[in-house]
Design a protein around this ligand. Structure first.
Ligand code: ZN
Length: 138
């Protein structure tokens, strides 16, 4: 396992890039709209992992609600696993509170699932599994 990326909720990707791109010197590898999750995503590789900037595409987006409640900031940590279905089953039988009991397609078409912060010391955890034929190359 390793940290695949850190998800950061931002009001504006463009605005945030002034720091992450111009000041820190990271570059944007991919941008994508994940309509299912109501977000626009920008991925910035950083060492072995990446920073994922998340901007709401409408007011019903979970990111819009997050920012309303807590302001912009770290939204989730994404951990890469070999077998997401197996991991979810193990967690479920251990009584872990899952947001997604089944994996779904996230950014980049990868299989992802979220674990409820109540079971993870207050942190929203995303699991991701590399899918055949695609790469999570950094
Ligand atoms: Zn993520």
């Amino acid at each position: 396992m390793k940290i695949n990326h850190l998800g950061i909720a931002v009001k504006s990707i463009e605005e945030s890039l002034k720091f992450y791109q111009e000041t820190l010197g990271l570059s944007v590898k991919d941008t994508e709209i994940v309509a299912d999750q109501g977000v626009e995503v920008a991925m910035l590789p950083l060492g072995e992992s990446r920073i994922e900037l998340l901007q709401a595409i409408d007011s019903t987006s979970p990111i819009a609600r997050f920012i309303e409640k807590r302001g912009p900031g770290i939204h989730h940590i994404c951990i890469e696993v070999d077998d997401i279905t197996k991991k979810l089953a193990e967690m479920k039988s251990a009584g872990i509170k899952l947001i997604d009991e089944q994996p779904k397609r996230g950014a980049g078409g990868h299989l992802v699932a979220f674990i409820h912060p109540k079971s993870a010391a207050g942190v929203l955890i995303e699991l991701v599994q590399r899918t055949e034929g695609d790469s999570l190359e950094h």
